[in-house]
Design a protein around this ligand. Structure first.
Ligand code: SAM
Length: 218
């Protein structure tokens, strides 16, 4: 299979963190040309827009499942002064994110960390005032149980803006996990928005994601 043939079928067929490492090692160099641009994937931009619309001014932000860094790049287009760190399991995707620049030519990301977010995450550079995630809570990537791994990374009252593939949200019980976290007093009752993942005209137009917007309680 050529790199250009990689796409949603392969992305949705992964099961384990090692599968993800292998997939994104092969895909990193062509992820934007063969997928984002070719399929008119608007998820990173949509998450940046929701983040900008709903989150009050914050400075220290974390991008969960950074990939090639498109979500961070769009956030810096809307909020110029933010400091953004990123975490992802794939060193090849992070190498692409390292190249992303702001409008003034400086790097989008201050620091990038190779982390498996299915496990407890070392607290380097934490706590953050807010985190966002685009495209990483999806089939075979991160499930609802991984939300708990993110909470220790946040400061008191820290914000989460987390996109979740719509089918994955339904099939994996995200609503139940969110109810449990609310019942535990860990997070505020979330607001859930829906966004289109692809632009009109894309072969995948109509696919949607939920966006979980909530706040840590300390
Ligand atoms: C579809 S890409 C999304 C990247 C980027 N946020 C975007 O929207 O373009 C999914 C990302 O999740 C990362 N990922 C998959 N499993 C992971 C895990 N266990 N821990 C951390 N990152 C993971 C992949 O390496 C990949 O960069």
């Amino acid at each position: 299979m050529s790199d250009d043939a990689l796409g949603l079928d392969e992305a949705y067929s992964v099961k384990t963190p090692d599968d993800n490492r292998r997939l994104y090692a092969k895909w990193a160099a062509t992820y934007e040309s063969s997928f984002v641009d070719a399929k008119q994937y608007r998820y990173p931009k949509a998450i940046a827009e929701v983040f900008n619309d709903v989150i009050p001014p914050v400075t220290r932000i974390l991008d969960i499942g950074t990939g090639t860094g498109l979500t961070g790049m769009y956030v810096t287009r809307l909020r110029h002064a933010v400091v953004i760190d990123g975490m992802d399991i794939s060193p090849e995707m992070l190498a692409q994110a390292k190249l992303k620049t702001r409008e003034d030519g400086s790097a989008v990301y201050r620091a990038l960390y190779e982390r498996d977010l299915t496990k407890a995450v070392p607290n380097e550079n934490a706590p953050y005032e807010a985190l966002f995630s685009s495209g990483t809570f999806t089939h075979g990537h991160l499930g609802p149980e991984c939300l708990r791994n993110l909470l220790p990374l946040l400061a008191n009252d820290g914000w989460l803006v987390v996109g979740v593939n719509n089918e994955h949200f339904e099939s994996q019980g995200f609503a139940g996990e969110l109810d449990s976290l609310v019942a535990l007093g860990a997070i505020q009752t979330p607001d859930i928005k829906r966004i289109d993942v692809y632009e009109p005209g894309s072969v995948h137009y109509g696919d949607q994601a939920r966006v979980i917007i909530t706040r840590l309680i300390n």
